[in-house]
Design a protein around this ligand. Sequence first.
Ligand code: FPP
Length: 233
Amino acid sequence: MNQTLRHVAIIMDGNGRWAKKQQQARTFGHFHGVDKVREIAIAANEVGLEVLTLYAFSTENWKRPIEEVNYLMQLPAVFFSKFLSELMEKNIRIQTIGDLAPFPEATKTVLVNAISSTAANTGMTLVFAMNYGGRDELVRAAKAYAEDVRDGKRTNSITEVEFEHYLMTRDYPPVDLCIRTSGEQRLSNFLLWQLAYAELVFTPLAWPELTAKEFVELLNEGSRRERRFGGLV
Ligand code: FPP
């Protein structure tokens, strides 16, 4: 890779369409998507990424049919029961961004357990964006800042760098690259602040079709691009 990537984000799209092409239910695509999370996370760890952030459930996904929402709710249990021991072996740390409060207790417990059992791991951080929305994150940040001003903890002037302390990604390096699978070219409310200067790479492959090899090629494509942050050099 020409330029070192530290933090990569992925919009895992196309599970439903991939399943439909095979005359299967949409949930079949999500089921295969879970195994793909393992494959791509292991590859990301191997190439030395510090953080991989995956858009696993958006604030808009609640609008899907209840059966599909219920299915998505139990994917963390499926994922961690299959792969937690391997993630531990690979020294991968699990984190989440987004508001877990509305999730069923069982889903929250699985996520909280995965976070606490991997907390001391020092390899890559794998962040699941769960009930996450970029606009929701920005509104929450604005409210938290307003409260700090009200409570006298801050003045009413704030810089961009200070504002980032109110974001859910405050502990991670800036996002260098965002990949979206399945041919759509939109952000869909993902990391709106953080993607301001990130490279965007799109692949026609659906999430369950992406391989570790193609993922590394997409990383290479992203890291070859020259990022000028609005300047000329
Ligand atoms: C988008 O495809 C995918 C999702 C909304 C769910 C993604 C979740 C996973 C891949 C597994 C997550 C794993 C864990 C451990 C939480 P889509 O259904 O929108 O596909 P479509 O655009 O073809 O309909």
